[in-house]
Design a protein around this ligand. Structure first.
Ligand SMILES: NC(=O)c1ccc[n+]([C@@H]2O[C@H](COP(=O)([O-])OP(=O)(O)OC[C@H]3O[C@@H](n4cnc5c(N)ncnc54)[C@H](O)[C@@H]3O)[C@@H](O)[C@H]2O)c1
Length: 320
């Protein structure tokens, strides 16, 4: 089976591509390379075709779609900070260009579109309730609003075979590392003895290790069409209050950890998300808990694996 992955050299994409190659899939990897090509891909890899290009180049997309059976769309301007930095660009990449691609797909022989979305779409919701795929979406940020708009567009306009996956906030090591994701950021700061600033410590968030994310994506690729056709799944390892997250990190690393509460934040997200629909259909997550991600990120920073873990290149903001 041959799979087109866009955003293939981002945080999630680079881990996913390595995993798919390990499982003997053929991969066409498209990325504009906002953050460069991770060094692990410098050497030719069997079954991997690397394409540097823009998802807005519809002729390129049409050419690549002819070669593949499945299409996993990850490319984008990711997170609120990155979107705010260039709102027109984020609208183009996260909404308008995907719309164009979806229109094109209706005339292609692609067997499956997998669109990776986010649990941020749920935004702010009743604290004691686990939100499921049918819950009302209340996106708060520009980023989540763009994700919700394109989800709606796909659902309305692409009936052939799509699957939408709403992922929790990721954590863990990747060949293209991000330290602007909460758990990775906390583990880095502890490893470097730096302060931890937390806003809204009592707010809930769903989390997912990057290893569970790539395993889940492969489950979707392999699944019988009957189970995944035109369906939405939340993919979540565990939900934690931010203050409980600090306690967990403290327990896993066997360290006393203090944090300072940041008073002002524009991010008022607070939500618990149920991943039961996916787990019922495809079985338990391999890790579920975030503990292994905590250990690997902490150890890698502590052991000096990163030249400068505070560099902008380890965020989702493109400085080019
Ligand atoms: N990281 C998370 O916690 C998380 C959680 C839920 C969902 N997601 C989703 O997963 C996907 C990947 O996120 P990530 O964390 O890997 O982000 P990332 O910023 O590391 O990766 C995005 C990739 O897309 C590429 N890209 C940007 N514009 C492009 C364009 N016009 N054409 C081709 N490539 C382009 C970038 O070069 C980058 O490599 C996104 O769709 C995001 O919404 C991520």
């Amino acid at each position: 089976m041959k799979i087109l992955v866009t955003g293939a050299f981002g945080y999630l994409g680079s881990s996913l591509v390595l995993y798919l190659l390990k499982k003997n899939y053929k991969v066409v990897a498209l990325d504009i390379m906002n953050f460069g090509l991770p060094s692990i891909f410098y050497k030719n890899k069997k079954n991997l075709e690397i394409v540097q290009g823009d998802i807005g180049d519809i002729d390129l997309i049409k050419k690549l779609l002819k070669k593949v059976d499945k299409f996993i769309h990850l490319a984008g301007i990711v997170g609120e900070e990155a979107c705010k930095k260039n709102i027109p660009q984020s609208k183009k990449t996260n909404y308008l260009d995907i719309k164009k691609i979806v229109k094109t797909l209706n005339n292609q022989n692609l067997s499956h579109l997998i669109y990776v979305s986010t649990c941020s779409n749920y935004g702010l919701n009743s604290k004691n309730k686990f939100l499921n795929e049918d819950s009302v979406l209340k996106p708060l940020s520009i980023y989540a609003k763009q994700k919700v708009s394109i989800e709606k567009y796909i659902i309305k306009n692409y009936k052939k075979n799509y699957t939408i996956l709403r992922l929790g906030t990721l954590c863990g090591l990747s060949p293209r590392m991000r330290f602007d994701l909460l758990i990775n950021e906390i583990c880095r700061n502890i490893a470097l003895n730096h302060n931890i600033d937390l806003y809204s410590p009592s707010s809930w968030r769903p989390y997912l290790t990057i290893d569970d994310a790539v395993i889940s994506l492969e489950k979707i690729i392999k699944a019988n069409k009957r189970l995944t056709k035109n369906k939405i799944f939340n993919i979540v390892g565990e939900n934690l209050k931010k203050s409980d997250l600090i306690e967990r990190v403290s327990k896993v690393l066997k360290k006393r950890i203090k944090f300072k509460e940041k008073k002002v934040s524009s991010d008022i997200r607070d939500y618990k998300v149920s991943g039961r629909k996916f787990i019922k259909m495809f079985g338990k997550m391999k890790y579920g808990k975030i503990n292994p991600a905590i250990i690997e990120v902490y150890n890698s920073v502590k052991n000096g694996y990163f030249y400068d873990s505070y560099s902008k290149k380890h965020t989702a903001i493109n400085e080019k």
